[in-house]
Design a binder for this molecule. Structure first.
Ligand SMILES: [Zn+2]
Length: 517
């Protein structure tokens, strides 16, 4: 199967239903989305298609980017763009094969293909189908499993390398806010113009697509590290930390264990060995946010998948970046909010939460994106930071006072994470509504902030008291101590008025807010 020529993808059609689609047909306005049987596969397919467009069809600058956003390429144009890369995208070949090791030695392990699934080692099976280990995968599912593992690879024991972004990275992709946007628009929003990437020219294609050359192995004395300078920064999209090769010797026919296609060619095993490419140094993947070391001494650290499950807590860092660079927004996002700026977009955040090689959860969420004029960016981010800090304080106050009402010795009781989480969930809509207002504010006087702060403080106060009552009344009645409850509720009210991060907001409100006559 050639991944640049055949219709191996499933598209979701504007007329409803699904159909087979090839990468050369991505510009066809009939396709609204990509379908995949697993959410982690779908996230990986998006990155595959974005990476392919990035290496084969990148625009020169924002002007060309916009032209192509509005006038998608024809089938012929994309086919011509992918032609020089065609030889690198064969799933099976005597020579280079997609994301597989070119020169795997004979003495390697043979493993069932289901070991490629990142949740295979997980004891929790809440998120994915988990077929029996002797099942096989169709060619399309094998490709997606291989791709998903290579770009998200968790740690796996000695000499087994993690992905270029570490184990279980967070990916953040832009999506058009328009729900009727085409697949092309969804992908193209994430392709970065050449002048913004400012990369050196590609000398060898194998510097970008590592499977075209023998692997830069890392397991013996002659093993080596692979910092970005040693290959090409575009390899970030095509990283290959695992040495894997499809094993054709056990291929037969049957039903696919993941997509349930019947009577298809089934791949049952792959061969593998430790000591794959060891990505070190200052790699920065354009689709992932990174935290920077304050002193600039340590390499950037990628955000991890669990951050997609933290609601609006990390909104500022993921969308606009924090002053502290904890984290900085992904390159694709910062380029969009500063240079591209339209159309209206959302941010799709997803990734695995991993505990070493064990997957705990798959997170998948979307956040609103606001493009802010540069002259008000500072006061805007400062204000949003104040709201987020106050939310952080309220969540922990609720946690503390609910425990104080529940337990005689709250200090000895463990964490009750559902309590602060209920605040983050309950206040999300309030926060986003105020964010909409702040995004169009001119910030020329503090008085304009007063009504916004006031609504935030009053609405979250109501929420806090409701949640306190809900949690406290939900404890078994015989354990309730009314005196303790009243004391804790009074402390909660006091904290809402005079907490460290809340007090300054109240001061602005009290100084500037005038009730309408
Ligand atoms: Zn399948």
């Amino acid at each position: 199967m050639n991944l640049t020529a055949e219709r191996w993808l499933q598209g979701i059609c504007s007329r409803g239903g699904q159909g087979a689609v090839s990468v050369a047909e991505l510009g066809d306005a009939n396709w609204l989305d990509i379908y995949s049987p697993r959410p982690d596969f779908r996230g990986a397919l998006y990155q595959f298609l974005i990476g392919l467009l990035q290496i084969a069809y990148a625009p020169r600058d924002v002007k060309e980017w916009r032209d192509r956003y509005n006038r998608p390429p024809t089938h012929e144009e994309l086919q011509a763009a992918f032609e020089p890369f065609k030889h690198a995208f064969l799933l099976e070949n005597d020579g280079p094969a997609f994301m597989q090791d070119l020169a795997l030695p004979d003495e390697v392990n043979q493993l069932p293909v289901l070991e490629l699934l990142i949740d295979a080692g997980s004891s929790s099976n809440r998120y994915f189908n988990k077929p029996a280990s002797d099942h096989g995968l169709c060619e399309a599912c094998f490709t997606q499993a291989l791709l998903t593992l290579q770009i998200n690879a968790p740690s796996g024991g000695r000499g087994v390398r993690t992905s270029l972004r570490g184990g279980g990275p967070l990916t953040t992709l832009l999506l058009p806010a328009d729900e009727n946007a085409t697949l092309w628009q969804k992908l193209w929003l994430n392709v970065i113009p050449l002048d913004a990437l400012d990369h050196p020219p590609v000398k060898e294609l194998s510097d970008v697509l590592p499977w075209l050359a023998p692997t830069r192995t890392s397991d013996d004395k002659s093993g080596q590290d692979t910092p970005p300078e040693s290959v090409h920064p575009l390899q970030a999209y095509w990283s290959m930390p695992r040495r894997i090769r499809l094993d054709a010797s056990t291929v037969d026919q049957g039903p696919c264990a993941v997509c349930a296609a019947t009577n298809v060619r089934l791949i049952r095993h792959y061969r593998t060995r430790h000591g794959g490419t060891n990505y070190t140094g200052t790699w920065v993947h354009p689709l992932t946010p990174y935290s920077l070391d304050a002193k600039g001494e340590k390499p950037p650290i990628s955000s991890k998948g669990h951050q997609a499950g933290r609601g609006y807590r990390d909104w500022l860092g993921l969308v606009l970046g924090n002053d502290t660079h904890q984290p900085d927004a992904a390159k694709v996002v910062s380029h969009f909010t500063t240079k591209v700026r339209s159309p209206q977009a959302r941010l799709w955040c997803f990734g695995f939460s991993m505990s070493n090689m064990k997957s705990l959860c798959w997170y998948d969420s979307t956040l609103p994106v606001h493009v802010i004029e540069s002259d008000v960016l500072r006061p805007f981010t400062k204000t949003v930071k104040q709201l987020l800090d106050s939310a952080e304080e309220m969540a922990s106050t609720l946690h503390r006072q609910v425990k104080a009402a529940w337990f005689r010795r709250p200090g000895d009781a463990g964490n009750e994470p559902a309590v602060p989480q209920s605040f983050w969930q309950g206040s999300e809509a309030i926060f986003y509504r105020l964010l909409d207002e702040l995004a169009v504010l001119d910030f020329d006087s503090k008085a304009k902030l007063a009504p916004i702060y006031r609504r935030w403080l009053l609405e979250t106060r109501r929420l806090m008291l409701d949640l306190f009552d809900h949690w406290v009344l939900s404890s078994p009645f015989e354990h309730q101590d009314m005196q303790r409850v009243i004391k804790a509720r009074a402390a909660l009210t006091r904290d809402l008025n005079s907490g460290k991060t809340l007090k300054p907001l109240w001061e602005v409100v009290n100084r500037h807010h005038k009730e309408p006559a």
